[in-house]
Design a protein around this ligand. Structure first.
Ligand SMILES: [Zn+2]
Ligand SMILES: [Zn+2]
Length: 365
């Protein structure tokens, strides 16, 4: 089947009021159809920090020449499948699309199922395509704050039966961003003790997943206000940095750092690491890190980073979610209330993720 004639409509940022109640519903042109593409009716789309950063101008002024249709935690139902699609996806399937929509598809990393480290990534929003007619047309990707999504089938992951689709949506960026390093560093096996800095959107997944992978989990926050939630999420221990780390030195093999202040001082966290331990950053800290050399040399410790996760890793994460019956802590908003949801997100209201629900397409509030 060739291109559809569906009417694409989405919520776009048009000026610096985007996250202050100024999102505008407008029709848009999807990427030119490619026979490797699918089309998806969007039921749910999470709101992630990067949506808000790019719409609010905190990553540089909003560029009106781009579509600015954000949203990259998409769950929907497949309505059209290209003739060259070689995955098993078919019309009627429920699929998820995360932050990454394409890659070169031929480098060693892509061929090894590690597309998240490919040198030519197309992000799901405001990012140029690298292939075929979409590249030729200079097409810039459009995300899931819309009624439909069109893109490469290779980056749509089938959602296992029986999962709450609204709960799955924010796992597609927020969840995989912490699942991937937990898997890379062997949470529950090589890393039996895992620390999580920041109990927010990403951090709540890090606690849930690390626990489900069999690790002992230490939640690490500034004060004591997140202690109750951390315990409910399954954390075994809690460190309030404001009260010092006495008694917790040398206690974890891996720390996932989910916070993203403009400047991050990693030194206070380093004594928490056991020998061979890794402090892995997943939140984007704007200013360069300053890491005293001795804190790395002593104990063979590392400071590392990790970037989202591949479609295959998303599949493994969703299998863990099925096996361990993991549910996101989400608050649901109607798509029509996006101009209330984005300001509430900016005020730090999510406990712990917001999901936009497209009720007209069958999503459930
Ligand atoms: Zn590649
Ligand atoms: Zn994201």
């Amino acid at each position: 089947m060739s291109s559809s004639d569906r009417n694409f409509e989405g919520w776009a940022g048009v000026d610096d009021r985007a996250t202050k109640g100024g999102m505008v519903l407008k029709q848009f042109q999807p990427k030119p159809w490619d026979d490797n593409d699918i089309e998806v009716k969007v039921l749910y789309c999470g709101i992630c920090g990067s949506d808000v950063h790019s719409l609010s101008g905190s990553w540089g002024p909003l560029d009106p020449s781009k579509p600015n249709i954000c949203g990259h935690e998409i769950v929907g139902q497949v309505v059209q499948v290209g003739t060259k699609v070689d995955t098993s996806v078919k019309v009627g399937d429920y699929v998820g699309i995360g932050a990454q929509s394409d890659s070169c598809r031929q480098c060693e990393w892509c061929l090894n199922g590690e597309e998240e480290v490919c040198a030519s990534i197309t992000w799901t929003m405001n990012s140029p395509f690298q292939h075929g007619n979409a590249k030729a047309a200079g097409f810039i990707s459009c995300g899931g704050f819309a009624n439909y999504w069109r893109g490469p089938a290779q980056f749509a992951v089938k959602v296992p039966d029986g999962l709450d689709l609204g709960s799955v949506a924010p796992m597609l960026c927020g969840g995989i961003t912490v699942y991937s390093p937990l898997e890379q560093y062997g949470a529950g096996t090589r890393a039996k003790r895992v620390g999580v800095i920041g109990i927010g959107g990403l951090g709540h997944y890090a606690v849930l997943f690390a626990k489900a992978m069999g690790a002992e989990v230490t939640a690490i926050s500034r004060g004591t206000d997140k202690m109750e939630d951390a315990k409910k999420l399954g954390a075994d221990k809690y460190i309030a940095m404001s009260e010092g780390i006495k008694g917790h030195e040398n206690s974890v093999d891996l720390i996932i750092c989910t916070i993203n202040p403009d400047t991050l001082d990693v030194l206070p966290y380093m004594p928490l690491l056991r020998p061979h331990g890794t402090l892995c950053l997943v939140g984007i800290v704007r200013n360069p890190l300053s890491v005293p050399c001795f804190s790395l040399i002593s104990g063979n410790r590392r400071v590392a980073g990790s970037n989202v996760g591949s479609p295959a890793a998303i599949g493994r994460m969703l299998q863990l979610v099925v096996d361990k019956k993991i549910e996101s802590w989400v608050q649901r908003w109607s798509f029509n209330d996006i101009n209330k949801a984005l300001p509430a997100f900016e005020e730090g209201k999510p406990r712990f993720r917001f999901v936009m629900v497209n009720t007209e397409n069958g999503g459930k509030l």
